[in-house]
Ligand binder design. Sequence first.
Ligand code: FES
Length: 190
Amino acid sequence: MNEHSKPHTPDFSDDNKRRGFMVKIAAIVVGGITSIIPAVFAGGFFLTPLLKKRDDAEEKSDGFVRVGSTASLVPGGAPLAFKIRGIKIDAWTTYAEAAIGSVYVLMDEAGALTAFNATCTHLGCTVNYKSEENSFACPCHDSAFALDGERTNDIPPRNMDTLEVEIRNKEEVWVKYQSFRAGTSGKIPV
Ligand code: FES
């Protein structure tokens, strides 16, 4: 019987067992790496909003919120309304980026800014800007305010609430957003 006609018998030698063991280890290592890489990218993807959130929080740590750009304001022109977004909590849910209020920002002829909280000082509705009269009015119970925020009838208990406003980095408009108690003659932060 020559070499080629020998029946094939399984080789259970130590060398072969060792080789099989090494192949299994290599498969585990390669499998582990290929499953870790997507997990790292997926983790980065999901963590990114959290990291961004932290940056935003740092930007707002002085209470100022960037609402827009001076490029959108006309000197001596109409006030612009900007929405303020932030964390809103109701009975069941926390919303990370919900609209929590709005502000009006005006630029005078000299480029100075004035900001008002758009919440009516009467009972808390949102005040509208009326371009026909170039003044503010509340649709709920007809409170009326001049362009400088001063009340022009006796319905609201006080003028519109002014807010601190600054220009940063040459063209960014930043407002220190605050809410105040409605229905009182005093400006009481809440
Ligand atoms: S809430 Fe604005 S007039 Fe009453």
